[in-house]
Design a protein around this ligand. Sequence first.
Ligand SMILES: Nc1ncnc2c1ncn2[C@@H]1O[C@H](COP(=O)(O)OP(=O)(O)OP(=O)(O)O)[C@@H](O)[C@H]1O
Length: 247
Amino acid sequence: MEEKVIVCDKLTKRFGYFIATNEISFEVNKGEIFGFLGANGAGKTTAMRMLCGLSAPTSGSATIAGYDVYSETEKIKRNIGYMSQKFSLYENLTVLENVEFFGGIYGLTDQEIKEKTEELASKLGLKSEMKKLVGSLPLGWKQKLSFSVAVLHEPKIVFLDEPTGGVDPVTRRQFWDLIYEAADRRITVFVTTHYMDEAEYCNRISIMVDGRIEVLDTPANLKKQFQANSMDEVFYQLARSAKRADS
Ligand SMILES: Nc1ncnc2c1ncn2[C@@H]1O[C@H](COP(=O)(O)OP(=O)(O)OP(=O)(O)O)[C@@H](O)[C@H]1O
């Protein structure tokens, strides 16, 4: 049987009377690429923050890499990687300094950091850029670098919150090559995106509407279910029913 690395049962987050995430239940397998979709305000970030151990749920249960989201948040943080468009690398440090800094935070030894640095520099074609400030790199490179840093310590799961926002299609494709490589190493990838071509790259996707998970299946099955030619069509059929104002 597949090992489940995320198990979530009726997980709920309220802010006062407002239910941002409403009884979501799902499981994610080891090494799976799981797309977590929904219109703006659907509740994705709120859910992801709970799964990363950054925000306590109001009710329901979840385990991440076997650890409880209420009582074992420190263990969760040690077993995951995280990347978002907003939280990224230090722009005023060089590429090398960033890798050394995050490697240190993740508890890698100096030798491991050295090996990882060389691997990363050659994989990303950044050998001659290692001493440049991250702030001077093009956005696409920053995001590929940021992803590589998020998986530097070979976490069990990497959470990606709109990782490719604002990046051109060619660079997004390269970014997804990195995601596939991580999944090949059995790192589970949990990714939110607004790009429907990226949704097609996921093994399975869920789509949230107004705090609830409305559908969860493979892209192929969802297209069949909604008699749609693309994930774009599936998404808009569902998003049309959303009531929340900020979508
Ligand atoms: N701390 C908070 N207090 C009150 N309401 C909040 C809080 N955080 C989020 N919300 C509300 O919860 C809802 C879900 O927000 P969330 O950021 O999780 O959505 P999202 O699906 O990630 O959207 P986006 O794609 O825009 O990031 C929104 O209506 C938001 O205004």
